[in-house]
Design a binder for this molecule. Structure first.
Ligand SMILES: [Fe+2]
Ligand SMILES: [Fe+2]
Length: 517
């Protein structure tokens, strides 16, 4: 009897644990944003299949049934290639699945391109013009995401384009392959040569090269298909002309693309990194210490970012703006204070905390007022994450201890958010270590190394890197790069091994300096 009861209890327990396991999995599925993404993908499949099967006249003579049958077949094929696209997005740009606005923008751009492809087919234009919408999409994806992602999305659009072509008329294998080869060649070259946009003519240069490749490939494919000389020349002129036109079109659309995808090309970043920009000019005049500090963070973070293949230019320009909020009350920040003059002496720790923490919010307001791109605002917003304003927290704790009251740590923490990207995390770390080493009286390579390692570990253990995908290995490489740059920066002040004795006083200065940053 006892053993039967035990077995029953075991069975109930295992059922309960299975139920809770499924409940957790279900919750994770909802939290990942997958249901909305799946819904978006289904809507995309339906609309794209309808767009690809549109024919004129809209009401066919032989009735709706044959058309409906071909629509169903098209929908099935589109489902497979769209599913592949969905899996590709999940693998390489998973943030698109969580940010449905981004997902919606991506699918809408693809739908527009599919519509254009179909319209070109219906007009009876040369099939090689497929290169135009595919190249437009490829350039957009390279600017907004990455080259690898652009290659995948273009492959999808190329396949959808050939589907549109095949649905219009029965095309031979050679024709389909020819269009795919020409489109793939031109688009692939455009993507791979578009690593950075640092000059105003870059897009036109890239599309110029792509148009030459398109022309050569159309000639080769034309000879393969045994086309007439005049037809090869005509198709070549259309294809190459279309590819070249993409360059001019994208050059004009670049500001719009940056806005829609909330990104900034290197050209825009370089532009915002100019010291003549109104907000930076104001920072230099009203808070010269902060301006100087920001420039140093820029150098440190750029070198560190490049050591782990992150975007160094983004880090440098982001650093220039990270502390702009300080220009409203510059004298309350250590880098703008004259020696032996500290505004905080006259204030309570709570007031000081409000001013120190307030520079993040003030900075964000200034960034909005001066219309600085969103991609740069992340540095201003997250460079302190949710860290503790240590110095004033300890001051407040000491003061309240006399009254027998405890000070909640949360009151002395920055509001966040934590750095959302590797670049933002690098600037956070560079900011912390620059402040700490600047306050050192006798910097030596090993002391700098200790400070950098402690700062990195503090922030790691405090969970400040939880929202960015920084790995332990990358953190280690970043530490090495920061130490190297700091040693170079403080070379004149560096005391070599003989003087290597870390005094208590210099440690205290390090702590107070970092907390008031
Ligand atoms: Fe700051
Ligand atoms: Fe700073």
């Amino acid at each position: 009897m006892k053993s039967t009861a035990k077995k029953r209890i075991k069975r109930i327990d295992s059922r309960r644990s299975t139920d809770s396991h499924w409940a957790v999995r279900r919750q994770n599925f909802y939290d990942s944003g997958a249901p909305a993404s799946i819904l978006l993908l289904i809507i995309f499949i339906i609309i794209s299949s309808i767009a690809l099967s549109i024919k004129f006249p809209l009401i066919p003579e032989e009735g709706f049934w044959p058309e409906f049958q071909s629509l169903l077949i098209l929908m099935a094929i589109m489902s497979f290639i769209s599913l592949a696209l969905g899996l590709y997005v999940a693998a390489y740009e998973p943030q698109i699945l969580k940010n449905h606005l981004r997902g919606g923008v991506l699918l809408t751009s693809l739908l527009i391109m599919i519509g254009i492809v179909r319209l070109c087919m219906l007009q009876g234009w040369t099939t090689y013009l497929l290169v135009v919408p595919v190249m437009i999409t490829a350039i957009m994806m390279t600017i907004a995401y990455s080259q690898r992602f652009a290659l995948g999305v273009s492959a999808f659009l190329g396949m959808a384009g050939v589907m549109a072509l095949a649905n219009q008329e029965a095309i031979s294998f050679k024709q389909g392959m020819g269009v795919l080869l020409v489109t793939g060649g031109g688009t692939g070259l455009a993507i791979l040569s578009l690593r950075e946009i640092r000059t105003r003519t870059k897009l036109i240069e890239v599309c110029c090269f792509a148009s030459i490749v398109v022309f050569i490939m159309i000639v080769v494919v034309g000879i393969w298909q045994k086309d007439s000389f005049s037809s090869i020349l005509l198709h070549g002129a259309w294809g190459a002309g279309g590819a070249l036109a993409v360059g001019f079109l994208m050059q004009g659309l670049l500001p719009l693309i940056e806005k829609v995808f909330r990104t900034a090309t290197n050209m825009t970043l370089l532009d915002y990194g100019e010291a003549t920009k109104p907000l930076l000019k104001r920072l230099a005049v009203e808070a010269p210490g902060t301006f100087n500090h920001s420039w140093q963070i820029g150098m440190l973070s750029e070198a560190a970012a490049e050591s782990i293949n992150a975007n160094g230019l983004l880090c440098r320009v982001g650093s220039y703006y990270h502390d702009v909020g300080k220009l409203l009350k510059p004298l309350y920040f250590v880098e703008n204070q004259a020696e032996n003059f500290n505004q905080h002496k006259e204030l309570s720790p709570t007031m000081s905390r409000m001013i120190i923490i307030g520079h993040v919010k003030d900075g964000m307001e200034l960034m909005k007022e001066y219309r600085i791109p969103k991609v740069l605002r992340q540095f201003t917003e997250s460079h302190h994450g949710t860290t503790l304003v240590e110095y004033f927290y300890h001051e407040a704790t000491k003061k309240e201890a006399e009254n027998g009251r405890a000070v909640p740590e949360t009151e002395f923490r920055y509001p966040g958010p934590k750095p959302p990207s590797k670049e933002a995390a690098i600037v956070m770390l560079a900011d912390a270590v620059e402040g700490a080493t600047r306050a050192m009286q006798e910097p030596t390579p090993s002391r700098i190394e200790n400070v950098v390692h402690n700062m990195a570990m503090n922030r790691l253990q405090d969970g400040q890197f939880d929202n960015c995908d920084l790995t332990m290995r990358e953190l280690h490489v970043l530490e090495e790069s920061l130490v190297k740059s700091l040693c170079g920066m403080y070379h004149a002040r560096i005391a070599y091994p003989k003087q290597e004795k870390l005094s208590q006083s210099s440690l205290e200065t390090v702590k107070s300096g970092s907390s008031a940053k």
